[in-house]
Design a protein around this ligand. Structure first.
Ligand code: OSB
Ligand code: MG
Length: 368
């Protein structure tokens, strides 16, 4: 296989409602789509880099530059046997996993299409239905939050995650737990606390959460181990886990009992699968995180979630929770049981709507 051409596009897609986390509010997604031509077969990927360097240091701008000026030259004119070999070929570039992940995922889609198999199968996925949860941004009031959770539960979602930050943590969680005593509930702080808040975070133990996601520093594995020793609630790491070695360190020192795998954060399917396999061997359950992706990134998340250790509901939810109209066909839908059926067509199994993508495109560059 040889990569012949890359087309980068930045599309602008307004969220149907603002999404607030401890690091800011997102209303309009700027999304970097990566189209790869692999021996004439087209594959699609999405870089999950954000508009601003707040979740991680990457942005749409940095990912674009890294793909064009550093990743493309590493692949140009080179033969490889499979998409699984691409991650290693990009190793010269340190970090920039969201840039790598968007490109690498597109090559996986192309290989699956070339072989006429679903991407999930090519990855070694074994599940034909995946389980889904929702991530709910910080709400203006507790009533607004309760109403929102009620609607998501009625839609069938199996797990509710709420975003928290100092001052908007204990009370919303308490209110939800009182109203819905039996649901699978969790919180995600996106690194809004420090170890000085340990006693405060310990108050959340009273609400028997299935986990607390990334309470401390985005790159601080060690402090999470100190915190985990003080909490009954399992810690799940998100931001901290950039690669296999971080996952191994976190597990070995007891910094978490669960890991959220995001394709972009770890640099694509090959890296994600390695982390998945490590967690499986160590008895650490994983689930698929989300980054407010368009249908392209969402489709890759679904394929990844078919690996056998994705035993907890992921932040993989229906297109219509985010977009008035998605950029793929059909849109991603969830069943009344809070599951998704994995598509059986070749590659990601959802067709990019080229006309719609073109009309949303603000910037385009062909690299060959
Ligand atoms: O921490 O999981 C996160 C969105 C943007 C940045 C970080 C996170 C999130 C979410 C949304 O929680 C998940 C989704 O796509 O639904
Ligand atoms: Mg998170």
């Amino acid at each position: 296989m040889r990569l012949r051409k890359i087309t980068l596009r930045e599309i602008h897609l307004p969220l149907i409602a603002p999404f607030e986390t401890s690091f800011g509010v997102s209303e309009l997604r700027r999304i970097l789509l990566v189209e790869t031509d692999v021996d004439g077969v087209i594959g699609w990927g999405e870089s999950t880099a954000g508009e601003d360097p707040y979740y991680s240091y990457e942005t749409v701008e940095t990912a674009w530059l890294i793909i064009r000026d550093y990743l493309w030259p590493l692949l140009r004119g080179k033969d490889f046997a499979a998409a699984a070999d691409v991650w290693e070929m990009l190793a010269l570039v340190r970090g920039h996993n969201m840039a790598k992940g968007g490109l690498e995922a597109a090559i996986w889609d192309a290989e699956a299409k070339q072989k006429n198999v679903p991407l999930a199968k090519l990855l070694g996925g074994t599940l034909d239905e995946i389980i889904c949860g929702v991530s709910i941004g910080i709400q203006p009031s507790i009533d607004a939050l309760l109403g929102k959770v009620e609607r998501e539960l009625a839609a069938g979602y199996q797990r509710i995650k709420i975003k928290i930050k100092p001052g908007k943590d204990i009370e919303p969680t308490r209110a939800l737990r009182e109203r819905f005593p039996r649901i699978r509930l969790m919180v995600d702080a996106n690194s809004a606390y420090t170890l000085k808040d340990a006693a405060h975070l310990k108050e959340l133990d009273a609400f028997y959460l299935i986990m607390m996601e990334q309470p401390l520093g985005w790159d601080d594995i060690y402090s999470h181990a100190e915190l985990q020793r003080q909490l009954d609630t399992p810690i799940c790491l998100d931001e901290c886990i950039h690669d296999y070695e971080h996952a191994r360190a976190a597990i070995e020192i007891g910094a978490c009992r669960i890991i959220n795998i995001k394709l972009g954060r770890v640099g694509g399917h090959t890296a994600a699968r390695r982390i998945h396999d490590l967690c499986k061997a160590k008895g650490i359950p994983v689930w698929c995180g989300g980054m407010l992706e368009s249908g392209i990134g969402r489709a890759h998340n679904i394929a990844m979630s078919t690996l056998p250790n994705f035993t907890l509901p992921g932040d993989v939810s229906a297109s219509k929770r985010y977009w008035a109209e998605d950029i793929i066909e059909p849109e991603v839908e969830v069943t009344q049981q809070g599951t998704m059926r994995v598509p059986t067509g070749p590659g990601i199994g959802y067709a990019p709507r080229i006309d719609r993508i073109e009309s949303l495109t603000r910037r385009r560059e062909v690299i060959e």
